[in-house]
Design a protein around this ligand. Structure first.
Ligand code: SAH
Length: 397
C-alpha cells in the first residue's frame, strides 16, 4: 500500500517542538491528494527528511499526532510494544493500590488513548479518530499485556464529539462488573465505570488524598467538590473527628455513602448535596469553622480565553475557604486545568490570601499522580496542580 504523506511547510519547521507529537494544520502543506481523516501518514520536512509517523485529521486544528519519530511500521507489534513499555514503567506503582492509569495518551506516546486499571478490569477510552482506527490492535495489546480479566471501553466525553466520533460504551470479551472495588492505601472505593467521571475515578489525586490522611487526626474537615468522597474517606480514616463532603450531584454522594460504609466511617462523614460556592458562602456567613478545607473543583477553564473568568472562580472559592478556616488551618486546593499555569494559580492564591488577611505557608506542592506522567517536552501533559497551605492570620485577631 502506498503511504499517505504530509509535508511540513518550509519556514514552519522551526515551530515543531522536538519530542512534541502535535503538528498543527497551519504548519502543513495541502496534501497532493485528499487524505481520509484518521489515516496513518508519514510526515516529512520540506526537504523530504522523514520526521515521523502519525495519524491525520484534516478537521482538527491538530492535524497530525505523531505516534513515532522513527521510521518504523505502526502495526499490531508496535502497539503491543508501546503498551508493554507503559506497563513496565509503572511496575513499582502497584504497591498501595490495585487501580492505576496504565496509558496516559501523549505522555506514553499513544495520543488519544487512555487505559486505566481497576482491580481485574481495564477501562479504556479512545479520544481521536486516528486512534479509533487502531482499536483491534490496541484491544489485543491490552489483553496480552495488562493481565486484566475484563476489558471495558468507555469512549465518551467532549473530545469524541470534536472528532466526529460517537459514544461507545461496551465490553470487549467477557462482561465484567459496572461497580469495581479498588484499594488506595487503607481506603477502599467503589468505582462506577459506566457512568463515573473519566473512566470512573480520579486516579490522578491519589497522592494528595493519601497525604491528606496523614494530616487529618482530630480535625474537622470540609471536602468541597467531593465526587464519591475521595478526600473525605481518607480524612475519616486518618482520624478526623468530623467530615462534611459536598457535591452538586446526588449520584456521586450516594456512591460516597456507599464508600463510607465500605470503610466503616459512616458515623464520621456527612454528605451534603449543594453548590460548593453557595455552601461555602453560607458557612462563612454563619461563622462555622473547619481545620482542613479541600477545594478540588472541576476545570473552570475549557479554553484559554476564559482564563479571566476561571481566575475569578478560583479566587472566590479559595478566598472564602480561607476565611472559614480555624487559625493555622489547612487549605488543600487544586486546579486541574492545563490552561491554568501554576504561576497564575499560585498568584491567584496569594491575592486571595492577602484579601482574606491570611499568610500562607506551603506544606506541600501537589501534582498529578506518577502514573499520569508529566513529560517536559509536552507541557500539555501537566494539568493537575495544587497546594497544601497552612493559613495564619496576618493581623492579630
Ligand atoms: N476530589 C474528588 C474529585 C472531584 S471532581 C476525588 O478525589 O475523587 C469534581 C466534582 O465537583 C464532581 O464530582 C462534580 O459533580 C462536582 N461539582 C461540579 N460543580 C460543582 C458545584 N458547583 N458545587 C459542588 N460540586 C460540584
Amino acid at each position: 500500500m502506498k503511504n499517505n504523506i504530509v509535508k511540513v511547510k518550509s519556514g514552519r519547521q522551526g515551530n515543531l517542538r522536538p519530542g512534541h507529537p502535535w503538528i498543527f494544520k497551519s504548519q502543513l502543506l495541502k496534501p497532493d491528494k485528499p487524505i481520509k481523516g484518521g489515516s496513518l501518514v508519514s510526515v516529512s520536512a520540506s526537504n523530504d527528511k522523514l520526521l515521523g509517523w502519525g495519524y491525520y485529521n484534516p478537521n482538527s486544528m491538530i492535524a497530525v499526532r505523531i505516534l513515532t519519530f522513527k521510521d518504523e511500521p505502526v502495526d499490531a507489534a508496535f502497539f503491543d510494544r508501546k503498551i508493554k513499555e507503559a506497563v513496565a514503567k509503572r511496575a513499582d506503582l502497584l504497591q498501595n493500590t490495585n487501580a492505576l492509569r496504565i496509558v496516559f495518551s501523549e505522555a506514553d506516546g499513544l495520543p488519544g488513548l487512555i487505559v486505566d486499571l481497576y482491580g481485574d478490569t481495564a477501562v479504556f477510552q479512545m479520544l481521536t479518530l486516528g486512534m479509533e482506527h487502531f482499536k483491534p490492535e490496541i484491544v489485543s495489546a491490552i489483553k496480552v499485556n495488562i493481565g486484566a480479566r475484563y476489558i471495558y471501553e468507555k469512549s465518551d466525553g467532549p473530545f469524541r464529539k470534536q472528532e466526529s466520533l460517537k459514544v461507545v460504551k461496551s465490553w470487549h470479551g467477557d462482561k465484567g462488573n459496572r461497580y469495581n472495588t479498588i484499594v488506595e492505601g487503607p481506603a477502599k472505593f467503589v468505582v462506577d465505570i459506566y457512568e463515573g467521571h473519566k473512566t470512573g475515578f480520579y486516579l490522578d489525586q491519589r497522592p494528595s488524598r493519601l497525604a491528606l490522611q496523614a494530616l487529618s487526626k482530630g480535625k474537622r474537615v470540609l471536602d468541597l467538590f467531593s465526587y464519591t468522597g475521595g478526600f473525605a474517606i481518607h480524612a475519616a480514616l486518618g482520624g478526623a473527628t468530623h467530615v462534611t463532603a459536598v457535591d452538586i450531584k446526588e449520584d456521586w454522594l450516594k456512591l460516597g455513602m456507599r464508600n463510607a460504609e465500605l470503610n466503616n466511617v459512616t458515623d464520621k462523614i456527612e454528605f451534603i448535596e449543594a453548590d460548593s460556592f453557595e455552601y461555602l458562602k453560607n458557612i462563612c456567613a454563619s461563622g462555622e469553622k473547619f481545620d482542613i478545607i479541600i477545594v478540588d473543583p472541576p476545570s473552570f477553564l475549557k479554553a484559554r480565553h476564559s482564563i479571566a473568568a476561571a481566575s475569578k472562580g478560583y479566587k472566590e472559592l479559595n478566598h472564602t475557604a480561607m476565611k472559614c478556616l480555624n487559625e493555622n488551618g489547612i487549605l488543600a486546593t487544586f486546579s486541574c486545568s492545563h490552561n491554568m499555569p501554576n504561576e497564575v494559580f499560585s498568584n491567584i492564591l496569594r491575592k486571595a490570601a492577602s484579601e482574606a488577611g491570611k499568610s500562607l505557608t506551603i506544606l506541600k506542592r501537589c501534582h498529578q499522580a506518577q502514573d499520569h506522567p508529566i513529560v517536559r517536552q509536552i507541557p500539555e501533559t501537566e494539568y493537575l496542580k495544587g497546594y497544601f497551605f497552612r493559613a495564619s492570620s496576618i493581623k492579630e485577631t
